[in-house]
Ligand binder design. Structure first.
Ligand code: AMP
Ligand code: GLY
Length: 417
């Protein structure tokens, strides 16, 4: 396993629980993965270093968690070394690495998405802003860990964000605003273009309760989505399959996990973004509910054998993840704070590090993912919030409303937000 977040801790945990797995290593890992997998050092931005490490460790399968190594070509290097890899080539990872490339693929594939305009010249900005909004959606065209997007009713805020990027020489993407609840649909995709959707989940991206404050990498998530139409998975497949076909047509077939961020608008589902890897924190709840052993599934994806897999088995209950973030996040987080009460089940590590004296301290913005499961969403929420209250992190903060809107019913039906 390559990576160091709570997503990787969740993947390592699921792999460790799979009897087919005889040995497991995580690089670079964190204080949580170290308890389940051999911890190896690696610079994840160097594809050749990852391939060399996998070779020397005699790995049968390499699973790449984050987008950075994938966009840099980690999967290409691992496959070139003759080792199976769960993760797309650098060419296919551009679906996440370049928003302009993603738009181009979606247009060619006939997939519904927001209207967009790429601006690379400050002189053209005001005219372009006039074509959109309010609300305005202004995106950094590069990878930005979910933090490069500003959605605002305030034209001046939109202008300032765009100009800051343009002044640094980075193109910005303006988009029409997609109105409607957002969902994350993860699909396993193999080189034979077999698409296997996982359980849809919902992510809470803003830092504060009630969706206040700036965007983050994700502050919490839950699954399943009781309010969503039964047909959502089928509709998602109809959106993902043409994109998978278009990538193959361009000579960059996708292998791994294709994450569709969808807005369920009154005009039907529209794509907000594609990511080339498991989402964080949604993976923590999706894997908490997955009953099918994970290693076989990831290996089948890596070797193009997904079509031969039996249907996935899911727990009938619900899962909630609450992210405990460091003081200052999503700005510059304070690190080095001592964490207590995190031992035992229900806590996945992200930005953590074990000091030489054995004490676990914070080492990043999103510090822990706290998981609760239960027969329904309300029970899962209760368990997650009981558990997070047992953890101590000076300056730490979390949202208190993860999954809350979806516990409510209006006219007898569950609601999204
Ligand atoms: P992205 O980095 O493209 O995933 O955007 C991050 C977040 O910004 C999304 O999860 C949405 O909440 C919001 N967002 C991005 N694009 C749009 C859009 N066209 N309309 C509405 N909200 C958007
Ligand atoms: N949860 C959002 C992401 O992983 O990009």
């Amino acid at each position: 396993m390559i990576g160091a977040g709570a997503r990787e801790h969740a993947l390592v945990l699921a792999l460790a629980n799979d009897l087919a797995v005889t040995a497991l290593a995580c690089a670079p890992g964190n204080a949580g993965t170290a308890a389940l997998a051999e911890q190896l050092a690696v610079d994840v931005t160097h594809p050749d270093a990852i391939a060399k490490l996998a070779t020397s460790w005699s790995a049968d399968l390499v699973v790449v968690g984050p987008e950075l190594p994938l966009v840099a070509g980690a999967a290409d290097a691992v496959r070139a070394a003759g080792i199976a890899c769960f993760g797309p080539s650098a060419g296919a990872a551009r679906i996440e690495g370049s928003k302009a490339f993603a738009k181009d693929v979606m247009t060619a594939a006939g997939v519904p998405t927001a209207r967009s305009e790429l601006v690379d010249n400050p002189g053209r900005l005001d005219a372009a802003l006039n074509h959109f909004g309010p609300p305005w959606v202004v995106k950094d065209d590069r990878l930005a860990a979910g933090k490069g997007v500003v959605v605002t009713e305030d034209l001046e805020v939109a202008r300032v964000h765009a100009l800051t990027l343009l002044d640094d020489g980075h193109p910005v993407l303006l988009e029409s605003y997609l109105d409607g609840p957002e969902i994350s649909l993860f699909c396993l995709v193999d080189a034979n273009a077999t698409v296997v959707p996982l359980l849809p989940a919902q992510d809470f991206k803003r830092v504060g309760d009630g969706d206040a404050g700036p965007n983050t990498g994700g502050m919490g998530a839950y699954a399943p989505l009781r309010w969503a139409p039964e047909s959502l998975t089928a509709v998602g497949r109809q959106i993902v399959a043409p994109v998978v076909a278009e990538l193959a047509r361009r000579g960059v077939p996708f292998t791994g996990l294709l994450y569709a961020g969808l807005a369920l608008t009154t005009a039907g589902p529209q794509v907000i973004e594609f990511n080339c890897r498991f989402g964080d924190p949604e993976t923590q709840v999706v894997l908490a509910l997955l009953r099918t052993p994970l290693a076989g599934l990831l290996m089948a994806t890596a070797i193009g054998a997904l079509a031969q897999q039996p249907p996935l088995q899911w727990d009938s209950g619900a899962a909630v993840v609450v992210v405990l973030a460091a003081e200052g996040y999503p700005g510059t987080p304070r690190i080095g704070d001592v964490i207590t009460g995190a031992e035992g089940p229900g806590v996945l590590h992200a930005g953590t590090r074990r000091r030489d004296d054995g004490v676990v301290v914070s080492a990043g913005g999103r510090v822990l993912s706290v998981i609760g499961t239960g027969a329904d969403l309300a029970a899962a929420r209760e368990h997650a919030y009981q558990r997070v209250q047992q953890v101590r992190l000076p300056g730490g903060h979390y949202r208190s409303d993860i999954g809350l809107p979806a516990t409510r019913r209006e006219n007898g039906r569950f609601v999204a937000r």
